[in-house]
Write a protein that binds this ligand. Structure first.
Ligand SMILES: *Cc1c(COP(=O)(O)O)cnc(C)c1O
Length: 385
């Protein structure tokens, strides 16, 4: 597999160039999808010989090589059946009876998993406001793992990654960053001292709302080997075709993200002038409370905006229901724009207001998106009448 000196390539080139087969005459340009559950074997398997597709599949490897290099790791990443399988794998790094620190407003699935593990007695949990750096640092003593999600889903809180790292290192705490919202094109947590990066590749990496996929990236081979062994035993492996789709999606991630992010910045600016919205959260807005922190540690602000309707929950639901181009659906990071009132989900953190609508900006034309958002605002206004 060629890696084409990833250190010297711009990341927008790397997403295209990484994870290609050897260039030999007559070889396929793209890695093939290998659909098999088992591999032919006679006698003792030689070291590295493939045996069974739960242990390894050649279709995972180009994707794993690509994400490892994009996240600046010297070792390949690991692909999982979903983002939550990757999240679970990262939580398995907490020893039984250990202590995990999580953001009070972590992604619903992550927070629910951590709380269930705590209720079962597998670990104890300290929940903090991840944007409050002093509170985060104060919770580290005696902890085994700190989970950060930055920007967070859906409140778009930004944690001060460079400030938290030295304190975590001094306290011997493993730092995990869920980098789903930023992607390695906007933020590379391993470069500022994180130990583990987790992705829901279902979102921006695969990018077409047609596949579930998780990725984990760590810095050292021994930890990677341990996680790979556990993945084999847990069976949390991705399907070959899904891994192939995720790599195919990755090829265009830089283009998709550039476009979606440019639109998100413009739409957030226009939305911030709408009196029907009591709040617009987007780290790229100069008025955003976390703008300076985001600008210091991210090379772009992503494509997710959260808005709060001044008219409350009913207005927020009417806003979503009036959209015609945006689809009312959960998830994010695909080519098509989506809108969702997050509190429709049971278990959503109480800190997420009832009137909050999360917008995932896709790659449609920005003026079509703006016209639709205005339609949504008219619907919200009509519901108040
Ligand atoms: C969606 C999401 C996950 C979970 O990923 P799945 O692929 O749905 O299992 C984890 N973290 C964040 C930030 C997400 O947005």
């Amino acid at each position: 597999m060629t890696s084409s000196h990833p250190d010297q390539l711009d990341p927008s080139t790397a997403v295209v160039a990484l994870g290609r087969p050897e260039r030999t005459p007559g070889a396929a340009l793209n890695p093939p999808v290998v659909l098999t559950s088992t591999f032919v074997g006679a006698g003792e398997p030689a070291p590295g010989e493939r045996v069974y597709a739960r242990y390894s599949n050649p279709t995972w490897e180009p994707l794993e090589a690509a994400i490892g290099a994009l996240e600046s790791s010297p070792v390949p990443g690991l692909a999982y059946a979903s983002g939550m399988a990757a999240v679970s794998a990262a939580f398995s790094l907490v020893p039984i009876g250990g202590v995990a620190v999580i953001p009070r407003t972590a992604y619903n699935g992550t927070a629910s998993l951590a709380r269930e593990l705590a209720a079962d007695g597998a670990l104890s949990l300290r929940e903090v406001d991840s944007a409050d750096t002093a509170a985060v640092i104060g919770a580290l003593e005696g902890a085994d793992l700190i989970w950060l999600e930055s920007p967070s889903n859906p409140l778009l809180d930004v944690a001060d990654l460079p400030a938290i790292r030295p304190a975590a290192q001094a306290a011997g705490v493993t730092v995990v960053v869920d980098n789903t919202f930023s992607t390695p094109l906007r933020q590379r947590p391993l470069e500022v001292g994180a130990d583990v990066v987790v992705h829901s590749a279902t979102k921006f990496i695969a990018g077409h709302s047609d596949v579930l996929m998780g990725l984990v990236v760590v810095k050292n081979q021994a930890l990677r080997d341990a996680l790979a062994r556990r993945r084999t035993l847990a069976g949390s492996v991705p399907g070959a075709f899904d891994a192939w789709l995720a790599l195919r999606g990755l090829r265009t991630m830089a283009l998709r993200l550039d476009r979606a992010e440019a639109s998100a910045g413009e739409l957030a600016r226009r939305l911030s002038e709408e009196p029907a919205l009591s709040r617009v959260r987007y780290p790229g807005l100069p008025s955003d409370p976390h703008h300076h922190r985001a600008a210091a540690q991210m090379s772009g602000f992503g494509a997710i905006i959260s808005v709060e309707l001044a008219g409350g929950q009913g207005a927020a639901q009417a806003f979503v229901d009036s959209l015609e181009l945006f689809t009312a659906a959960t998830s994010l990071g695909g080519v098509e724009s989506l809108a969702e009132r997050r509190q429709r989900h049971p278990g959503e953190p109480a800190q997420v207001p009832q009137e909050l609508v999360r917008l995932s900006i896709g790659i449609e034309h920005v003026e079509d998106l703006w016209a639709d958002l205005q339609r949504g605002l008219r619907g919200a206004a009509a519901s108040q009448g």
